[in-house]
Design a protein around this ligand. Sequence first.
Ligand code: GLU
Length: 373
Amino acid sequence: MATASPSCGKSAVDDGCGQAGNAGPDKVEFDMTILPIPSAVSTPYVGRLAPAPTGALHPGNARTFLVAVLRARRAGGRLILRLENLDHPKVKPHAAAECYRDLRWLGLDWDEGPAASFPPVRGNDPAGDQFVQSERSALYRTALDRLRQAGAIYPCVCTRKDLDQYQSAPNAGEDLRERRYPGLCRGRFRDGAVAAACAGREPAWRFRLDDDATVAFDDGFYGRQCGRPGEWSGDFPIARGDQAGYQLAVVVDDHAMGVTEVVRGDDLLASTQRQILLYAALGLTPPRFYHLPLVVGPDGRRLAKRHGDTRLSCLRQAGRGPERLLGWLAWSCGWSESLREMSFNEVESAADFSKIPREPAVLTPEDAAWIGF
Ligand code: GLU
């Protein structure tokens, strides 16, 4: 799991000695070195829940979503639910519907989202599709074109086997299985068509990282973060052919949906550095970020099946109420002195974001049994 990187004592502005952006009328300002620090809070607050329908919700997702909902409510803002369903092999047919039910069971609510996420009264709203990533490919293609024009991305035809030969140390980022891309296709092809003809298939598109680019931002929870993604990530993929992947889609969507604060797990802290570079390359201002520690098992590893069945749907389908899980979530956030049942309203009144511990929340087998898993 990623941990928050300590402040490096440099500001993004101090670091700026950058290569100036190109200028053409159709081109975006592109500067890998000076990075925009999210500007003053834009109002009104717009937050988002961004579940991926790849599995069941567990207390880890629930904790992040609870905080996201409470921050939006506290700010008197609006909350969007966006379905992140681009990870095709892993998307499960009924997971989205189950996720909406689980969230509602827990007492969480949102203002806009996929049509299917609303009760029948709003269920026929066709506009809801705009909150489903698989319906938004035209927007991602436009962003890809802009990045291509700006020379910010290049086609890559490397196979897993090619990359295996260049295996390097796991990065310090959110995904330890990921390896630093050694840049094999950098400068190799004139354009995507040449790459496709050479490989006989659609190339991936990688974002060109400047090794020296320092990304700095002020995380709402962890404070100042800064790092050099060029050191640990290498040029990272953002699309295959015209199909955007997570990093690009999330940037395009958070911007297009007017999101002012992204609340999510700290396993994505390293991704945030990459996303800030994408914002810069697209000439966009990033939202604010608020990364939360994850829920882990007693072994310190991210909550997973090996820790037992902790799906929210088990509690819901067994006819239990959410009060024990809410009580545990509130207790883990430091909002309750003791572990006890709590209603959503009680949790909302008790919520104090400054009390959330910086350490991961450990769900012990005793806690899980108390909750009812
Ligand atoms: N869809 C991602 C997930 O379910 C969250 C991405 C994000 O919040 O940016 O883990």
